[in-house]
Design a protein around this ligand. Structure first.
Ligand code: NAI
Ligand code: MG
Length: 342
């Protein structure tokens, strides 16, 4: 396949982080570097190991590197499940610092018995507020979390979702947009979210729109996921539903994501640092590699993105499967397979 060579050099900031992030980000960077595009890489530190050494989980110079590049490929970091003074998850810091308001999480069928066929859905998750607003406090012995929903963030994420739907419709892909909420119980917050989505829908009359309560959406994702196109939803619901969707195509090891803002975009596999398998050389690099493909699409290199996806599919079709997909291939062997199939 011939490829138009880009004339615009782009720099990508690599932030591997902790655990398997250190194993899958180099694999994804190697795939990007092999495409013959004019891409440069800088590597920066973040994460819990860095926090323990220096007292900083997300150093200022890493934030500056990401801001300068405008593009980052992030692995994962380990977050303690108890509150540790001074620690805040680097991905949450980046989402806030760069207003990475749109979290795109596609679920596309992969070749193999581990994946259900016929799926091509996209979860568009609001990424800046909801229950992730960081507003927790104690009232006596009760712990309270506030759920923040604003018209600004809701309309912005709705517009991002409709733009994705429009692009998919133009490519002949499933483009029905489903607004997922729980407005029957959370009538103020999710009522506002739903109304904002409906308002934006009027600007996209060609896109079919429907609504679904989040619990029903969770059930339908298991029962008839092939009937979904684009799902737009609030922060926590999107987090949960996208892990559920990942299970349909082989699990967290293969799920990619993008965090998009006005001037910065950060691409990351959906999975975390996987401490149970870290350091063994067996992590599945496909979630990170498909996140790199999302990066390529974002920088207007759709043909290169397609090349990467085809190489992943060819590697899986050849039976080169990592442990989480039922095989024995190491991270290195899966990566080599992808590189050979590019
Ligand atoms: P996890 O995603 O790290 O692992 C869940 C399960 O999936 C584990 O069994 C793991 O072995 C498996 N898995 C994950 N990635 C894999 C890969 N590439 N290949 C093969 N198997 C893989 O989630 P968990 O265990 O809940 O969290 C572990 C740590 O990661 C925690 O400290 C958590 O806070 C952090 N985390 C960080 C995220 C981020 O930085 N964006 C996102 C999610 C979790
Ligand atoms: Mg998650």
């Amino acid at each position: 396949m011939t490829e138009a060579v880009t004339t615009t050099a782009r720099t990508i900031c690599l932030v591997p982080g902790d655990g398997v992030g250190q194993e899958v980000i180099p694999a994804a960077a190697e795939v990007l570097a092999t495409l013959g595009l004019d891409l440069r890489f800088v590597e920066s530190s973040a994460g819990f190991a860095h926090f323990e050494q220096s007292g900083e989980a997300m150093p200022e110079n890493t934030l500056a590197d990401v801001a300068t590049a405008g593009l980052a490929l992030f692995g994962a970091t380990s977050s303690p499940s108890r509150k540790v003074a001074g620690y805040r998850s680097p991905i949450l810091v980046m989402r806030r610092a760069f207003e990475l308001y749109a979290n795109l999480r596609p679920t596309v069928s992969l070749p193999g018995a581990f994946s259900r066929p016929g799926l091509d859905l996209l979860i568009v998750r609001e990424n800046t507020e909801g229950l992730y607003a960081g507003r927790e406090h104690m009232e006596g012995d009760a712990a309270i979390a506030e759920r923040v929903i604003t018209p600004k963030a809701s309309e912005r994420i709705a517009r991002a979702a409709f733009e994705q739907a429009r692009r998919r419709a133009a490519a002949g892909r499933a483009a029905t947009l489903t607004i997922v909420h729980k407005a029957n119980v959370l009538s103020l917050t999710d009522g506002l979210f739903r109304d904002c989505c409906r308002r934006v829908a009027a600007e996209y009359p060609e896109i079919a729109v429907n609504e679904c309560l989040v619990d029903t959406a969770a059930m339908r994702l298991v029962r008839d996921p092939e009937n979904f196109g684009v799902i737009v939803t609030t922060n926590l619901f999107g987090d949960i539903l996208s892990d559920e969707a990942a299970a349909l195509i082989g699990g967290l090891g293969v799920a990619p994501s993008a965090n998009i803002g006005a001037s910065v975009a950060v691409f990351e596999p959906v999975h975390g640092s996987a401490p149970d398998i870290a350091g063994q050389g067996i992590a599945n690099p496909i979630g990170a590699v498909l996140s790199a493909a999302l990066l390529l699409e974002h920088i207007d290199q759709p043909a290169a993105a397609e090349r990467v996806r085809k190489a992943v599919n060819a590697t899986l079709s050849a039976g080169t499967l990592p442990a989480d997909l039922g095989g024995h291939a190491t991270t290195r062997e899966v990566t080599r397979g992808i590189l050979e199939n590019l």
